[in-house]
Ligand binder design. Structure first.
Ligand code: NDP
Ligand code: 2IT
Length: 465
């Protein structure tokens, strides 16, 4: 994209009418599309943010002069590298690794690593772009990045995963550092993977530094990091309900996913008295008509975290029914909480949820709802919590892990819990302040606008480069 004056919002002030603005906006987005072909997820993430901030940017010559919008949609740098590792049969396997360092205006690049066969550069750019704004909302000094590989840890032995992680870190270690870039987990990267990655970094650099978060408690990890994303999702939703003088008691919640985010969200929901009626994995969803209880949650955690098994094996147990190759949104619920992956809640699902009287969607995963689904919920003025606000608890506690590592201390669980609650409350407040449209709160607008203001202000202070 040329850093052209035509692309940025016209600064003609009061004379700018909304029609001109819309065509400027479409021109801007067209150029982003042309520069980033074959990256639909990245383009969708950019559109959501830019549509909200464009009207705000109109009449701001300072943003135009420093090409803030153009720079916001272009990563600072991207690394792509070959990862060779030996499988248990002695075969050499080749995967591709990446790290996208998107924007460090607010602090070191920060964001997870995803190991999943669907990983490609466009997906990591969308995740890194989102992370910039999410991290801004936490109020911590964190820039945004993301990385990962098309390696699939599912079905691989611990030793295979270890050899992959060690090889991946040989290249990644050149690009990270406590003040530079601090990766963490995401899909397919949990405590096991972080342990192997961190072990290899120590071997290579002979240093114990806070270069990763999500480490095991006992070798540098923070208490509550594992639970933080799921717990934070529920705390954010609770703040939304409380604004409406409602709470979780007896509310039916349909969750998708059965990984880190989903199961700790479920745990917190049980504590709040909600009725969790579904969980899912890539094979389908488990309907729990009577609602999840602590015993069944324990069983599911053991199945998914320890045995790395499939939900299908719980069909018929404790009154559960497994629906192969289906998503949970056909089940009647008060709140839908997608916690698996991007694009999993589409327009058809939105219509089904609305038809069944659903109050809203709380995004635990990153960009789980399609643009059309989000539009429907916003049109209906339903509750809609965008991922960058609702799931920021994970990266927030990662930020707290970085602080503990720098200070060489461990904080007690109560302290981390208190800080997490405070951060989620502050994110909610920022969303309400920036998204209050009179008769309802547009959380999509609120989150994007509040985050943009912080990032843009830092970029202006730092000067272009
Ligand atoms: P996990 O790997 O722990 O769990 C992922 C879950 O989602 C699994 O149940 C998995 O099923 C399911 N899933 C993954 N891909 C697909 C797919 N293509 N179709 C259907 N189901 C799928 O990951 P997390 O819980 O950590 O991450 C879940 C989401 O939350 C992601 O969007 C991630 O970016 C986001 N997130 C994670 C944070 C964290 O701290 N971990 C922080 C903020 C957001 P299966 O086991 O069958 O693959
Ligand atoms: O999407 C996310 O916010 C994460 N995967 C967590 C990132 C982090 O650095 O803890």
């Amino acid at each position: 994209m040329t850093q052209s004056k035509q692309n940025t919002p016209s600064s003609s002030g009061s004379g700018t009418d909304s029609k001109d603005r819309d065509s400027d906006l479409e021109r801007f987005l067209d150029e982003v599309s042309q520069r980033n072909p074959h990256e639909p997820e990245f383009l969708e993430a950019v559109r959501e943010v830019i549509e909200v901030i464009y009207p705000e940017a109109v009449g701001r010559p300072d943003l135009q002069q420093d090409a803030i919008l153009e720079r916001l949609v272009e990563p600072d740098r991207v690394f792509s590298f070959r990862v060779c590792w030996e499988d248990d049969d002695g075969q050499l396997q080749v995967n591709r690794g990446y790290r996208v360092q998107f924007n460090n205006a607010l602090g070191p690049y920060k964001g997870g690593l995803r190991f999943h066969p669907s990983v490609n550069l466009g997906i990591l750019k969308f995740l890194a772009f989102e992370q910039v704004f999410k991290n801004a909302l936490t109020g911590l000094p964190l820039g945004g990045g993301k990385g990962g590989s098309d390696f699939d840890p599912r079905g691989r032995s611990d030793r295979e995963v270890m050899r992959f992680c060690q090889s991946f870190m040989i290249e990644l270690s050149r690009h990270i550092g406590p003040d530079r870039d601090v990766p963490a987990g995401d899909i397919g990267v949990g405590e096991r993977e972080i342990g192997y990655l961190y072990g290899q970094y120590k071997r290579l650099q002979d240093e114990s530094r806070g270069i990763l978060t999500g480490k095991g408690v006992g070798y540098g990890g923070s208490l509550l990091r594992m639970e933080a994303t799921g717990y934070g999702v529920v705390l954010f939703a609770e703040a939304m309900l409380s604004r409406l003088e409602e709470d979780f008691a007896g509310k039916a919640c349909a969750i998708s996913g059965s990984g880190n985010v989903a199961l700790f969200a479920a745990e917190k929901l049980l504590e709040k008295g909600a009725k969790v009626v579904t969980v899912s994995d890539s094979g389908g969803y488990l309907h729990i008509p009577e609602g999840l209880d602590t015993e069944l949650l324990k069983k599911i955690k053991d199945l998914k975290f320890a045995q790395r098994g499939r939900l299908e094996s719980l069909d018929g147990e404790d009154g559960c029914e497994f629906h192969a190759d289906e998503r949970p949104w056909e089940v009647a619920c008060d709140l839908a909480i997608p916690c698996a992956t991007q694009g999993e809640l589409d327009l058809e699902a939105a219509e089904a949820l609305l038809e069944n009287g659903c109050m809203g969607v709380i995004e635990g995963a990153n960009m789980p709802s399609t643009a059309a689904a989000i539009k429907r919920f916003r049109e209906e003025k339903k509750l809609f919590a965008p991922a960058k606000a609702a799931n920021a608890g994970g990266v927030a506690v990662s930020g707290l892990e970085m602080s503990q590592n720098s200070m060489r201390v461990y904080w007690k669980r109560e302290r981390v819990e208190e800080e997490l609650a405070e951060i989620m409350g502050s994110i909610h407040k920022q969303c309400v302040e920036a998204g209050d449209d009179g008769d309802w709160v547009d959380y999509v607008k609120g989150a994007n606008l509040a985050a943009f203001k912080q990032v843009a202000s830092a970029m202006l202070s730092l000067g272009p480069g």
